[in-house]
Design a protein around this ligand. Sequence first.
Ligand SMILES: [Zn+2]
Ligand SMILES: [Zn+2]
Ligand SMILES: [Zn+2]
Length: 256
Amino acid sequence: MKITFLGTGTSQGIPVIGCHCAVCRSSDPHDTRRRASIAIESRGSTVIIDTSPDFRMQVLDARIEHLDAVLFTHPHADHLHGLDDIRGFNHIQHHAIPCYGDARTLAVIRESFRYIFEAPDHGGGLPQITLNEIRDPMKIAGIEFEPLNILHGPVGILAYRFGNAAYVTDASTIPDETMAKLAGLDVLILNALRQKPHPTHLSIGESVEIAQKLKPARTYFTHMCHRVMHKPTEAELPDGIHLAWDGLEIEVAEDT
Ligand SMILES: [Zn+2]
Ligand SMILES: [Zn+2]
Ligand SMILES: [Zn+2]
């Protein structure tokens, strides 16, 4: 199974519009971050988690030309607003793309993208998707996904475990029952916004602590803001913990 980081930035993306800080002006490509998303490829299937506002350029750069399903973590704009560009895949594949999320996410999609569900024939200009609630572990495009409950500030959202890997973004708290389900991972992908604590996102220090409790073989941080410069931050992280970057591809052994 291959995981590609399509985006590793927080909601504004990096560089931030109008910002002249060292990270936003950095010439290191690791310091340019699109909004957070990953692609999972396994046995010819491709599943993407979240359709960020950068979705179109992300799939073009990753040369993804076939999409089997989309899973959503939660309906914040930085995880959802690229949804319209799914129509590129509809044109190639001639069928609706199944999308999965919790009930609240699906309700927000119906509301925010009303035109998708209400407009009459739009000459092929509308994305075609199906909305499917995910509450229990489910096989999607041949990959078993287990939805996991996490807290994003006061709001409950989803993370996903798939085989020996897990994608946990926009967490501020991981409840004990979910911590138990994240045991024995090869790869943990976890959000880590910045050094300073934040009310709705884990900080780097908090995420290091969680990774050290869960002890996955490898941990990759994502959803970083422009206070995080790649090179010096990466150098300070404990062994086995890394900052992900846009375009990074990692292999994960298939679950047996
Ligand atoms: Zn986010
Ligand atoms: Zn900046
Ligand atoms: Zn969010």
